[in-house]
Design a protein around this ligand. Sequence first.
Ligand code: ADQ
Length: 477
Amino acid sequence: MASPDLIRGACFLSSSPPAPSPFRPAPSPHWRRFLSRSPTPPPARPSPLEMALLYYTWGALCQLNAKLRVQQYQSVAAIVFGDGSSHSRLYPLTKRRSEGAIPIAGNYRLIDAVVSNCINSDITKIYALTQYNSTSLNSHLSRAYSGARLSKEGFVEVIAAYQSPDDNGWFQGTADAIRRCLWVLEEYPVVEFLVLPGYHLYKMDYQKLIDAHRRSKADITVSVFGNKKGEDLGFGIFKLNGENQVLEFRENHEMSTRKSLSVEENLVNFDDNEKCNFPSMGIYVINRNIMIKLLTEYFPTANDLKSELIPGAISLGIKQQLTQTSSFGSSFHDRDSPLYTLPRHLPPTLVTDAVITDSVIGDGCILSKCRIKGTVVGMRTRIGDKAVIEDSVIMGSDTYYQTGISEGEHTSIPVGIGEGSIIRKAIVDKNARIGKNVMIINKDNVQDRNMEANGYIISGGIIVIIRSAIIPDGSIL
Ligand SMILES: Nc1ncnc2c1ncn2[C@@H]1O[C@H](COP(=O)(O)OP(=O)(O)O[C@H]2O[C@H](CO)[C@@H](O)[C@H](O)[C@H]2O)[C@@H](O)[C@H]1O
């Protein structure tokens, strides 16, 4: 059944770190150290002309290296998925936005992590395929990545689900979405597609994945967790044979439909020998010609990548390589791989007599005499006197910067946290108006309850205040 040109050599799992890329620019030279290595000490002091030549040559080499490196990875296009389903585990944060648009760490959106990974890996042709609840995601992507940070040929192109004379209705799944966008994705003659879910928070150098893919001459390379913990979280599992070739892939269908995870129920076990099972990160490198053949010739009606195309490719004998990711940090202060987002030009946060510990504060906040501990405070948040916020996430305010009540507003409670309010172990979504002396503490220790009509839900014991909700003065939740 399989076409011979689709079947390549055996692919192996390698846990050793990839060889350093020859295209990585070398550290900048230090001429003194360079000279001190000279075999005949003491070294002759170089003339100004020699120094100039040395610097010139070194600079030219670095530039050439950087250019080659960029060219190499520009032959990859990233396909980042927005969201395709109304069943999100992060509801109600996804009531009005897709998962990738959820605000994180004060100033960012979740999708910034994946897009920044691409940019930092010199992959600057980025297609974002979005569908469900995509308004704020589309708006963020198109405003944040309008070209300034990308290379000359780089772009982030948002392709929202659309209808045409040939295609009716929504994207039916990830494979269907790619198939229907092939006419755009084929615009550049790239060699590989890097497929990425847009809702993951991690830092990863995709170059290593692509280098491993190219070295092994695989048709498809999948990224798996190096430790086995992912299994417990209900991830899809790749099963390998003794030679580390992919034998089978099993997706946990429970995962995409349930709102909260329960460890026992989500265990997927292929094999008693757990060494064979590797949790999938949902990240794939697929050769462009293989992707096109799979979508148009072999499985022209398949809708889903993970449950139809990948298992289908395995059944065809298309060789798949696995690369392990054993650790991936997510420092926001890494100068070499920054996290990008929309520049908003907000004023610095104003803190007046507040006590803040172990917290992250976004831009443009006004924090009065409050106490904040173990909390993420999103941009444009206003917190009143004597408020106490602990172990919480306050997402801030969206588009406008409110310090008082404007004319025509239907409530006298301003956006932000009112004086004397206490919030513990809660998430307050954007534009929420928390009145004065409110207590959001889950006083009855409820685990799960839907109180949407009152502006909140409780999920896993955490109170989540819904976007733009109004919690009146003196409320105790
Ligand atoms: N029609 C559509 N239009 C636009 N976007 C759509 C879409 N249908 C789905 N998406 C989005 O595409 C991304 C990938 O979704 P999948 O359903 O393929 O895998 P999922 O993310 O559930 O699990 C994957 O990631 C986990 C790790 O988190 C792995 O364990 C698992 O095996 C792997 O499949 C998600 O962001 C999803 O919202």
